[in-house]
Design a protein around this ligand. Structure first.
Ligand code: BGC
Length: 434
């Protein structure tokens, strides 16, 4: 088979017809209905016990962002009227690139993982002591209350042991106590989509949903049939990354079967930063095995997840050597390829990114169908794929425009949402619940 034909064939396997995308939109909304009625579905409707922010939240808070790749602790001042200031911030990767430590594997226990988080809190607290804390925790969890939640499972290839089913409140406050920080009040534990929603609604009253596409993917939205204790609409976490009613191709199947959680997080595995580079690596290996493009001299492609998602942005930019994502120079990758190989891979990477944008846009449209009664709907978005993948946001916007007659939702970029949102959540919790 010649290389052009191979590229066309692979490109076609990453394309989903308009009709199928419309079916995905309908099925996504059907699943929202099912899960709200307590029926089994690949989506969930996990209540956050929080309603949209008012913009008037004020005070000083420690904010912990327990993300998919990094742990970040900030001291956030909320000044009201949608304004904030980050007064101090430290961040560490969960896995040291120099490999001196790695908290992502099963060799790490729950206490070790939370001790790491608590030691970072200690560093910020020692410089600026503030008593209230909000935690953004970017994994599926079942909330029992605004400040207590139980870990349902890990995603994004994380696997610290003896943690599933345990109280995140208890694990974290025990680690804080081991640091001598027992007086800190952990006021809120929220998902990162909820943090993104809160950070955006702190500044803009029209937010109806919050979505993350970074290492992982997920969306939350405002559901009027579920109410907080103040009888306000509840922000509900859908765990949208687990949506499974999507057509998968050969590369998706390969990726899934080699992942830590086969059969889970299907949508996430097609759209998020943890997996887009891996899809590209699987395509590359296939093309090499079929003799269509040349093989590297070393084994740089054999390790799973050897390619980061920035490779797709870099391929699409058409300018090898360009630094697309700050701190990542993918210009050194794939040096053995010819210009012809590059243009073939560029076509395929465009198809992978375009599929991701259309899938996410279809789920946004389903959410718009669910909150149809709200005016000027705005979807808050955050995460490295939304922020840095060239063309991603404009592709989502143009798909949404092409599919909805009027009142298109606006996308609102919310950089730093996890920290600001954790502070807003902590501020909006009344003290008397403790
Ligand atoms: C997690 C979600 C999270 C998303 C974005 C997914 O893997 O299951 O809870 O919101 O990643 O970080």
């Amino acid at each position: 088979m010649n290389s052009l034909k191979a590229a066309e064939e692979i490109k076609a396997s990453f394309s989903i017809s308009r009709m199928d995308l419309r079916k995905i939109r309908v099925r996504f909304q059907d699943q929202i209905h099912s899960t709200l009625m307590g029926k089994p579905a690949s989506l969930k409707s996990l209540p956050s016990f929080l309603s949209p922010a008012t913009g008037q939240e004020r005070g000083e808070f420690l904010a912990v962002d327990f993300g998919g790749s990094n742990l970040r602790v900030s001291l956030v001042s909320l000044l009201g009227e949608g304004r904030h200031m980050i007064r101090k911030e430290i961040s560490r990767p969960l896995k040291d690139p120099a490999l001196t430590y790695d908290y992502t594997t099963a060799a790490t226990s729950g206490p070790e993982l939370f001790n790491f988080a608590a030691s970072l809190v200690y560093e910020v607290y020692a410089a600026l002591p503030v008593q209230s804390l909000g935690l953004t925790f970017s994994y599926p969890m079942e909330q029992k209350n605004v400040n207590n939640a139980y870990l349902l499972r890990w995603t994004k290839e994380m696997k610290p042991r003896d943690t599933i089913g345990k109280s995140i409140y208890e694990m974290f406050t025990a680690a804080l106590a081991r640091q001598g920080l027992e007086k800190l009040m952990l006021k809120a534990i929220i998902n990162d989509t909820v943090a993104c929603f809160l950070a955006a609604s702190y500044q803009c009253p029209h937010v109806v949903a919050g979505s993350i596409c970074g290492t992982g993917h997920n969306t939350c939205y405002r559901e009027r049939s579920l109410r907080t204790s103040d009888n306000l609409p509840m922000i509900v976490n859908l765990e949208a990354g687990n949506f499974s009613d999507v057509p998968v191709n050969y590369y998706d199947q390969q990726l899934d079967s080699h992942s830590d959680d086969p059969g889970q997080q299907q949508l996430e595995k097609m759209v998020s930063g943890k997996y887009l580079g891996e899809l590209m690596r699987l395509v590359l290996l296939d093309l090499i095995n079929r003799g269509i493009i040349s093989a590297p001299a070393d084994d740089c492609l054999t390790r799973p997840y050897a390619l980061g998602s920035e490779i797709l942005g870099w391929l699409q930019s058409g300018q090898p050597g360009l630094n697309i994502v700050p701190g990542h120079n993918s210009g050194q990758l794939l040096p053995w390829l010819s210009q012809l190989d590059y243009s073939l891979l560029r076509t395929i990477s465009t198809a992978i990114v375009s599929r991701a944008s259309q899938l996410m846009a279809s789920t946004f449209l389903a959410i718009m169908d669910q909150v149809r009664y709200l005016l000027n709907p705005t979807i808050a978005v955050d995460g490295s794929v939304f922020l840095y993948m060239p063309g991603m946001i404009s592709a989502i916007e143009s798909f949404i425009r092409s599919e909805s007659a009027a009142d298109h939702p606006q996308l609102f970029m919310t950089a730093n949402g996890s920290s600001i949102g954790a502070a807003v959540a902590a501020a909006s919790v009344r003290n008397e619940i403790f």
